[in-house]
Design a binder for this molecule. Structure first.
Ligand SMILES: Nc1ncnc2c1ncn2[C@@H]1O[C@H](COP(=O)(O)OP(=O)(O)OP(=O)(O)O)[C@@H](O)[C@H]1O
Ligand SMILES: [Mg+2]
Length: 237
C-alpha cells in the first residue's frame, strides 16, 4: 500500500488555478523527487499535502486515511513533516529550542525527543556544536540544516523537503545532499522538491515532473536522467 496517495487534486489561489488534476503516490521507504521550474507548483503541492492549502477537488490519503482539509497540526501529528521553502527561524531562540519545538507535534515525538536529538545531531554535527547559539546567528547553510532537523524532530513517517538547496552555495548544497543520502540509507520516506535536478534524480528512486501546475512526466530517477526532454529543459544538455 502507498503511504501517500494524492489523487486528482485541483488547488486554487482565489481564481488562479495552481494545480490541475495532480496525482502522485509514494511508497513507504521511497524517495520521490518533484522536479519543476519556478512557479510550476511544487510549493503549492507541498503546502496542500501538509494542510496549509486545501484542494478544491480530489483526495489525499495518508496511510489509508483521508487527510485533505485537515489542519496542519493534525497532519503533522499523523506523521508528515514539512521543511518549508521559507525557513521560519526565530532569531532570538536557541537552536535547541527550535528542535524541541519540532518535537511538540505529538506525545510520542516529545517523549522520544532526546533519542531523536541524538540522531539529528549525528546527521548535522554542526547543529550540536551550535545548540546553545541564537538561531539568528546561523549561516544560511546552518539555517537549512535546522529547518530539516526541526522537521525530523517530529519523527515523521513522511518527510516533505521544499527546495532544501535554495539560496545555498554549491559546497553547502553538497553537504545538504549528503545528509539527505544518509536519511535515505535509514529508509526515511521523502518527497523532495528541487531545482538541482541532477542531484535530486540521482538521490531519488522515482520522480515526477511538474509544469504549470500539471504533472507531465513520471518515472525512475535514473531513467529520467537520460531522458532527452529532461536533459534539455532541466540539465542544460
Ligand atoms: N499565495 C499565492 N497567491 C497567489 N498565487 C500564488 C501564491 N503562491 C503561489 N502562487 C502562484 O501559484 C503558482 C505556483 O507557485 P509555487 O510557489 O507553488 O511554485 P514553485 O514550483 O514552488 O516555484 P519556486 O521554484 O519558485 O519555489 C505560481 O504561478 C505562483 O505565482
Ligand atoms: Mg517553491
Amino acid at each position: 500500500m502507498h503511504i501517500l496517495n494524492v489523487n486528482k487534486i485541483d488547488v486554487f489561489y482565489e481564481k488562479l488555478k495552481a494545480l490541475h488534476d495532480v496525482s502522485l503516490k509514494i511508497d513507504k521507504g521511497e524517495c520521490v523527487a518533484l522536479i519543476g521550474s519556478n512557479g510550476s507548483g511544487k510549493t503549492t503541492l507541498m503546502n496542500t499535502i501538509i494542510g496549509i492549502l486545501r484542494p478544491e477537488s480530489g483526495t489525499i490519503t495518508f496511510e489509508g486515511k483521508r487527510i485533505e482539509g485537515y489542519p496542519p497540526y493534525r497532519i503533522t501529528e499523523l506523521g508528515i513533516a514539512l521543511a518549508p521553502e521559507v525557513r521560519a527561524i526565530f532569531p532570538y531562540m536557541s537552536v535547541m529550542d527550535h528542535l524541541l519545538l519540532g518535537a511538540q507535534s505529538s506525545r510520542k515525538a516529545w517523549n522520544d525527543r532526546y533519542d531523536t536529538l541524538e540522531r539529528v545531531f549525528q546527521l548535522f554535527p554542526r547543529l550540536k556544536e551550535r545548540k546553545s547559539q541564537r538561531a539568528g546567528t546561523l549561516s544560511g547553510g546552518e539555517s537549512q540544516m535546522l529547518n530539516i532537523a526541526r522537521a525530523l524532530m517530529s519523527k515523521p513517517k513522511l518527510l516533505l523537503l521544499d527546495e532544501p538547496s535554495l539560496g545555498l552555495a554549491p559546497k553547502l548544497v553538497l553537504d545538504i545532499f549528503s545528509a539527505l543520502q544518509k536519511l535515505r540509507e535509514e529508509k526515511m520516506t521523502i518527497l523532495l522538491a528541487e531545482q538541482y535536478v541532477r542531484h535530486a534524480l540521482n538521490l531519488s528512486d522515482r520522480a515526477y515532473v511538474i509544469e504549470n501546475g500539471r504533472i507531465v512526466k513520471e518515472g525512475f530517477g535514473k531513467i529520467l536522467l537520460a531522458d532527452d526532454d529532461i536533459r534539455r529543459k532541466y540539465l542544460g544538455a
